[in-house]
Write a protein that binds this ligand. Structure first.
Ligand code: NAD
Length: 393
């Protein structure tokens, strides 16, 4: 099969197995070139392991720290006629490289919100991973969740809170700068978004893992969050998704107390910078914000992608020997270069001037787009996209 990108709005519906392999390899190479000095985790569970920040966490744990990894993902398998989703190919590429280096790696393609997935994970930890994990990374980006207690399915919404919000946006297909308006959410929509992207499921994971005795003494757990500043605030931090992230903060305090008491362990929220991922490209403000941010941060030499952020998190923060970069709520802050006031002022100045005619000149949309296609395995010089490839990996 010849596999070409097919973009529908903010998503690419095809993925290239060879390209995804190169994308994973790039991240493995980065980690190998930045070997941590201190001892890191040895047995790691990554919930949301196949793309973006979760995949990078898995790569850092395995190839940086030599950890055994167990990943949970929700990906489309390939058929003879249709390529798999990118996360499927990423995971196959990761597993093949891990095997070459003698690193245990198992992946479960299952709905992480279900109790069945939790039971499967517990079985694997007991039977194949020596009985316990010492790090649990929670990195889900999901549009809906079925609550296993009630069987009810909740959908998250990207809506404003209080008043409607109108913002500039970039149509990534036509490269036109226009405007979009987010309507205010109802109380039910806020509640539903918290059910999906809040901390309840993270707590459920930790409760069930703990009850099964598969968490090691001194276990750490972290969930990923984004805060942002003025430009993204009305759409993210101050919107429905921000409410869900506040609930993750709440859960973090509860989980931290529990793990400390039971296992001398800990839990934190890690606040990461905005990067191009499948989840972030679905948020209307993000393509334009990121196109500008990438330019500004690249010029300062401070731009980072998933692997730089997360390898830094594991190596210098979660398992580092120095002081952690914490805020007053105890969250680990990896986003300080993004939120630097000079960076934000420069981004805002560009934001105010940008239009459809000057978008290439004022922003690094080209880099945004390159990063976006890389998520699906496209745009790599090493790959011959005219060549027939077997979609079944
Ligand atoms: P992503 O879209 O790249 O990856 C999401 C992962 O979740 C995939 O591995 C997918 O398979 C998995 N997943 C989704 N639904 C699932 C389900 N029901 N069961 C099992 N697995 C499921 O997302 P991302 O951007 O890396 O986001 C991960 C976390 O990082 C989120 O909490 C997000 O808020 C946070 N974060 C993202 C950014 C950003 O700019 N992208 C910034 C800061 C924090």
């Amino acid at each position: 099969m010849i596999i070409k990108p097919k973009v529908r709005g903010f998503i690419c519906t095809t993925a290239h197995p060879e390209g995804c392999k190169v994308h994973v390899q790039e991240q493995i190479d980065y980690v190998k070139a930045h070997k941590p000095a201190a001892t890191g985790p040895k047995n790691v569970l990554i919930i949301g392991c196949s793309n973006g920040y979760g995949l990078a966490s898995r790569i850092s744990a395995a190839f940086g720290h030599g950890a055994k990894t167990l990943g949970v993902m929700f990906e489309k398998e390939p058929t003879e006629r249709r390529p798999a989703s990118a996360g499927w190919y990423n995971t196959k590429a990761f597993e093949a490289e891990a095997e070459k280096e003698g690193l245990y790696a198992k992946s479960l393609n299952a709905d992480a919100f279900s109790d069945d997935a939790k039971a499967q994970v517990i079985d694997v930890i007991k039977n194949e991973m020596g009985g316990q994990v010492d790090l649990v990374v929670y990195s889900l980006g999901a549009p809906r969740r079925t609550d296993p207690e009630t069987g009810q399915t909740y959908a998250s919404s990207l809506k404003a809170i209080g008043e409607p919000v109108t913002r500039k946006s970039l149509n990534t297909d036509t490269k036109q700068v226009g405007e979009f308006t987010l309507d205010p959410a109802t109380d039910e929509e806020i509640h539903n978004t918290i059910k999906v992207m809040g901390g309840e499921d993270w707590e459920r994971w930790i409760d069930q893992l703990s009850e099964a005795g598969v968490l090691a003494e001194g276990v750490k757990s972290t969930a990923y969050s984004y805060i942002g500043k003025d430009l993204t605030w009305p759409i993210y931090g101050g919107a429905t998704i921000g409410r869900a992230k506040q609930d993750v903060d709440r859960a973090s305090v509860a989980i931290n107390e529990k793990l400390k008491k039971e296992l001398n362990g800990e839990a934190n929220v890690s606040v990461l910078k905005a990067v191009v991922t499948q989840s972030s490209s679905a948020i209307p403000v993000m393509p334009l914000y990121l196109s500008i941010l990438i330019r500004v941060m690249k010029e300062r030499g401070t731009n980072e992608g998933c692997i730089e952020q997360v390898h830094g998190l594991l190596t210098d923060q979660l398992y580092g020997s120095g002081d952690r970069t914490l805020d007053d709520q105890g969250r680990i802050r990896m986003d300080l270069n993004e939120l630097d006031s000079d960076v934000q002022a420069e981004v805002e100045a560009i934001w105010n001037q940008v239009n459809s005619d000057n978008v290439d000149e004022l922003t690094d949309f080209a880099e945004y787009q390159k990063e976006f296609f890389k998520l699906f395995g496209f745009g790599f010089d090493e790959v011959d996209y005219e060549k027939d490839v077997d979609p079944i990996v």
